[in-house]
Write a protein that binds this ligand. Structure first.
Ligand SMILES: NC(=O)c1ccc[n+]([C@@H]2O[C@H](COP(=O)([O-])OP(=O)(O)OC[C@H]3O[C@@H](n4cnc5c(N)ncnc54)[C@H](O)[C@@H]3O)[C@@H](O)[C@H]2O)c1
Length: 252
């Protein structure tokens, strides 16, 4: 019997990464999941196991090349193959700073995790995917990878970088049978959006909801569904694309 496919997901302890990990687990994938804190591992692994997934957890900071190496090596040692990689981890940074008030720390961290981090992931996922005979990569971008957002310059720059990396990687890897796509979520109901606009029924939340023609934020599960589609054989002729999961935001 063919062994179950293997997926690596960064930033899987919460939000979109967790919903995506649970969706792959329900399909019977074996999973290598990462996040920042050791204590996030046991509860995540328990949920993935209950959903049907054989999973391993690695404490890893997506900003660090050494942690990308660790995650990929652990997946290969545990499972012997890598078929799908979801580069999801991201930070919103400080979205209250205008460009005139940017700090070295905010720019370094936001670009380090969201942009350079995706590049380090790609660098080390590629040889493993090649050894496994090809596969699919999905990078988690944002509507901020397509349009500007006031006071979010570092985040916008980082997500535009993800869009560019996705296209460059798609071209470079097509000859190896590796497809590379992105999803571009609008505002999605996760801890990240709560930090950005407040958890209650705030004016900021209503303003963000109003950016979506569908009149609401999305759910992590709605983004996970798009990621699963792009990673699946149903998307076998799709590469170098960015699929907006944004309730119509970018259609305006
Ligand atoms: N929530 C939104 O509205 C929204 C919109 C567009 C794009 N996104 C993108 O989706 C992705 C996931 O966001 P989310 O809303 O689920 O966020 P979240 O903050 O709810 O969850 C992110 C998870 O990633 C982990 N993480 C953060 N930095 C990390 C790092 N350096 N290395 C490893 N793990 C790290 C966190 O600990 C957390 O478990 C991000 O790339 C984000 O930019 C989110």
């Amino acid at each position: 019997m063919k062994p179950a496919p293997v997926v690596l997901i960064t930033g899987a302890a919460a939000g979109i990464g967790k919903a995506t990990a649970l969706a792959f687990a329900r399909l019977g994938y074996r999973l290598l999941v990462t996040d920042l804190k050791a204590e996030s591992g046991p509860p995540l692994l328990a949920e993935l196991k209950a959903a049907g997934g054989d999973a391993r957890y690695v404490v890893a900071d997506q900003a660090k090349e050494t942690d990308a190496i660790l995650a990929v090596n652990t997946a290969m040692e545990a499972f012997g193959q890598l078929d799908v990689a979801i580069n999801n981890a991201g930070t919103e940074g400080d979205q209250t700073l205008g460009l005139e008030n940017q700090t070295d720390a905010n720019v370094r961290r936001t670009l380090g995790v969201n942009a350079e981090g995706v590049l380090w992931c790609l660098k080390h996922e590629i040889p493993a995917l090649r050894r496994s005979g090809g596969g699919a990569i999905v990078n988690v971008s944002s509507v901020a990878g397509h349009v500007g957002l006031e006071t979010c310059g570092a985040y916008v720059a980082s997500k535009h970088a993800v869009e560019g990396l996705t296209k460059a990687a798609a071209l470079e890897l097509a000859c190896f049978g590796i497809r590379v796509n992105a999803v571009a979520p609008g505002a999605i109901q996760t801890d990240m959006i709560d930090r950005a606009v407040g958890a209650g029924d705030t004016d900021a939340r209503r303003a963000i909801e109003g950016m979506h023609p569908l009149g609401r934020m999305g759910t992590p599960e709605e983004v996970a569904a798009a990621i699963l589609f792009l990673a699946s054989d149903a998307a076998s002729f799709i590469t170098g694309q960015s699929l907006a999961v944004d309730g119509g935001w970018l259609a305006r």
